[in-house]
Write a protein that binds this ligand. Structure first.
Ligand SMILES: Cc1cc2nc3c(=O)[nH]c(=O)nc-3n(C[C@H](O)[C@H](O)[C@H](O)COP(=O)(O)OP(=O)(O)OC[C@H]3O[C@@H](n4cnc5c(N)ncnc54)[C@H](O)[C@@H]3O)c2cc1C
Length: 377
């Protein structure tokens, strides 16, 4: 049986970053991925993922995203490839909403420069938008988006160069503790390692049954629409946005990677799924949810649909990540439940998971992400 210092289950957003950090620290690491590297079956595809400081989710995400930005830029420099496009970001909603207030609070607490704009001011500055006047927007100039597939490719390629081994199309069927290490069984063989890192995305609870109530996969749909005024939806004219309005919470991006203005609705139609049974077909209702929103708030982008694709969130009960050692086995660590806002942090999550595997702890503050917050559930 082949032996490794660490095995990582899942080579997606978080797993590719983890194998990168472990291999660069000289660890002999095996990454096991059930599909291709990269692929379109999980949570990390679709050409763009927002990165922003306006973290209304909780101010304590700001130091993490600051480190994530640094690590993304380091990866860009090493690979000589563009991975992060800066467009500025808009976070907008009603003035009294948690969404708007939380974005302001995150910037205030961490001295991040920002501007508050009315809906009218936003529309004047960025003509692709048509917000109501009484919508309040936080504009932050460092916001933008990552190229998720290229981030995974570059993390995985650099890990391979540093000596990692990656097996695509190999599904982990079971793992068990063995002495102070673990044994991992797949559809192709068995492996032994000193440490196990689980970054299985939507499949987290299949790999760690204790997460079954805590990491719930949800069907999402992304749409790309043909702009009637393409000049308003370019990376140099259109900041990425999150918009919390009566119709729900939506997000969107300028045209990039594939044709079309990209838009999605957070918790699309509220469909919890088994990731192996995800319905990848697209229905009229899927398009209608997105089109109605685009017609109202981005009318110059509401041309014909060009693409529609499914994707999965993995929701935790409180929307915060779960990053911790396994409650019963200290040689096993896990990162799960990224609840639709994890990709921007993948670079720093890789660093954290390498710390947890090597030292059992990290200097990053994980207090928001510990599993014991759910102990009474
Ligand atoms: C539509 C959509 C929009 C989003 N927008 C944003 C955004 O703008 N900004 C942002 O920061 N985040 C965003 N997110 C969230 C972000 O994309 C996810 O949090 C992140 O991609 C999760 O990464 P992951 O590594 O956990 O999952 P994945 O990248 O899916 O990786 C998990 C991997 O584990 C593999 N795996 C699972 N089980 C096994 C097994 N048994 N054996 C072998 N391999 C296995 C899977 O095949 C998969 O490759 C969005 C998500 C979606 C779906």
């Amino acid at each position: 049986m082949n032996e490794y210092d660490a095995i990582v289950i899942g080579v997606g957003g978080m797993g590719s970053a983890t194998i990168y950090h472990l291999a660069r620290r000289g660890w002999r690491v095996l990454g096991l991925e059930q599909f291709d590297v990269p692929h379109e079956m999980g949570s990390s595809h679709g050409h763009s993922r927002m990165i922003r400081y306006t973290l209304q989710e909780h101010p304590s995400y700001v130091p993490l995203v600051r480190r994530a930005y640094e690590l993304w830029h380091q990866l860009e420099n090493a690979s000589r490839e563009l991975l992060l496009v800066t467009t500025g970001s808009i976070r907008a909603g009603h003035a009294e909403s948690e969404f708007f207030q939380g974005a302001v609070a995150a910037c205030e607490q961490h001295n991040i420069p920002y501007q508050v704009l009315t809906g009218t001011e936003t529309n004047r500055r960025f003509p692709g938008y048509r917000l109501d006047h009484d919508i309040s927007a936080v504009y932050q100039a460092d916001g933008g988006f990552l190229l998720p597939e290229r981030c995974i490719v570059n993390h995985a390629s650099a890990a391979l160069e540093a000596g990692a081994e990656v097996h695509g199309r190999e599904r982990v069927l079971a793992w068990e503790p063995s002495g102070e290490g673990v044994i991992v069984r797949t559809n192709k063989g068995s492996y032994r390692a000193g440490r196990l890192v689980i970054t299985a995305g939507a499949w987290a609870s299949a790999v760690v049954p204790a997460l079954s109530q805590l990491a719930v996969a949800e069907r999402q749909v992304l749409g790309w629409f043909q702009p009637e005024r393409p000049e308003h939806y370019r990376t140099d004219t259109f900041p990425v946005f999150g918009l919390n309005v009566d119709e729900g919470r939506f997000y969107g991006f300028p045209v990039f990677g594939v044709p079309g203005f990209k838009v999605g609705r957070t918790h699309h139609r509220g469909q919890a799924v088994d990731p192996d049974q995800l319905d990848r077909d697209i229905y009229d209702e899927d398009e209608a949810v997105l089109r109605q929103f685009v017609e109202r708030y981005f009318p110059a982008a509401a041309g014909p649909a060009l693409s529609l694709k499914t994707c999965m969130f993995t929701n935790s009960p409180d929307g915060h990540f779960m990053i911790d050692l396994h409650p019963d086995y200290p040689q096993v660590s896990l990162a799960a439940g990224f609840s639709g806002h994890g990709f921007k942090f993948a670079s720093v999550v890789g660093e954290i998971m390498a710390d947890l595997a090597i030292f059992g702890e990290t200097t990053h503050d994980l207090s928001l992400f510990r599993l014991d917050r759910f102990e009474n559930r």
